[in-house]
Design a protein around this ligand. Structure first.
Ligand code: ZN
Length: 364
């Protein structure tokens, strides 16, 4: 959530078309639930021949009905039993689908499933398979897409180009470039178990490093219940990147003078930095990685120092401070392009001040 990540416009638009097909299906089932589906006629009438037949291929006749088909009929039955509430659920889902246009409006909140928890399982059954189908990809013909398949691998590959091997969530390394495994590190900003109607929303799927992805999967949602204070209290990789707002500092550990503790704050909206830290365990991850670097020798983190030392250079306070300032300037220029810059700048600033004598001793 620190660095901005967004899909290329064409891919975002195509994913949006698939997402809109999913929304239209949910809306149809909630507002005008069919009594039964014995052939593809109602679907073709409602969604046109290409998409109607695509849906039918995944629903099937009653005797050979798929799990998805059964979920579709179950949601239709629930909507028939409580049409008034079904319409409210449809309204809530339509509202939530626009969250990306309302992000900066104070008071924006997600309404489903918070207001209608009884409908979560029913919506999940219909909405989540769309994410599973993303593995094989959605083909252009049925969804009126431009270009090739819209698939999870294609989405993750598109993020790789802009991320330059830096995780947009934590500023750490994204991992080996282009590997098959990497293509699977797909995170849902709004976890899909809790917000299935947003699972393939174009502003909800992002590539992350394995650490962020697996931490996320512990179901730590960054916005709590996604009520108004929730959305206002978190960064978002596309709509509100955190890097320009957070202040990262390193202070010497009270228990070990050659180790640091990293703090991440946001002086303007403190809650956002707290959410970031809580959700991604970021202060301890950054503290650990900085101290691993310091364990190898304090001067290791000053990039030019080893080379200059090899040239017979004798360090003193002024020259070491200059070296560190050079490194800070370099890291600032590389922010978002090179991994771990944010934490390293904080450590270098600490070295320039409280740790200076240790660095000089290390280099001598
Ligand atoms: Zn990460």
């Amino acid at each position: 959530m620190l660095h901005e990540r967004r899909l290329p416009a064409d891919l975002s638009q195509n994913l949006g078309r698939v997402y809109s097909a999913k929304l239209r299906l949910l809306d149809w089932l909630l507002r005008t639930p069919p009594l039964g589906l014995d052939d593809n006629t109602p679907l073709v009438t409602q969604f046109g021949p290409a998409l109607g037949k695509w849906f039918w291929g995944r629903i099937r006749r009653e005797k050979i009905r798929t799990a998805f088909g059964k979920a579709v009929m179950a949601l239709a039955a629930q909507a028939r039993a409580n049409p008034a509430q079904a319409a409210l659920v449809a309204d809530a889902i339509a509202h939530d689908a626009q969250f990306h246009t309302q992000w900066s409006v104070v008071g924006t909140e997600l309404r489903f499933p918070r207001l209608y928890p009884d409908w979560l399982d029913g919506i999940k059954g219909v909405a989540l398979p769309f994410y599973e189908w993303l593995t094989g990809g959605f083909e252009p013909k049925s969804f009126n897409l431009t270009g090739g398949l819209v698939s999870r691998a294609a989405l993750m590959k598109a993020f790789r180009a802009q991320s330059q091997a830096v995780c947009g969530y934590c500023d750490g390394p994204l991992g080996e470039l282009g590997s098959q495994y990497e293509a699977n590190d797909c995170d849902h900003f709004f976890p899909k178990a809790q917000w299935p109607h947003l699972a393939i929303h174009p502003a909800n799927l992002f590539s992350t490093c394995k650490g962020c992805n697996s931490t996320w999967k512990l179901a730590r949602a960054p916005m709590g219940e996604a009520d108004a204070s929730g959305l206002n209290g978190t960064y978002h990789p596309m709509l509100r990147p955190g890097a320009p707002s957070v202040v990262v500092t390193a202070v010497i550990s009270p228990t070990n003078s050659r180790q640091v503790k990293i703090n991440i704050t946001d002086p303007t909206v403190p809650r956002r930095a707290e959410t970031l830290v809580e959700t991604l365990d970021l202060d301890s991850r950054w503290t650990n990685s900085a101290n691993e670097g310091l364990d190898r020798g304090i001067s290791v983190l000053v990039a030019k120092s080893a080379r200059d030392k090899g040239n017979g250079w004798q360090p003193d306070a002024d020259s070491v401070r200059l070296l560190i300032e050079d490194d800070i300037a370099w890291k600032r220029a590389q922010l978002g392009k090179e991994e771990r810059c944010m934490r390293l700048i904080a450590v270098l600033e600490c070295m320039r001040g409280d740790l200076l004598h240790e660095v000089i001793a290390d280099l001598a």
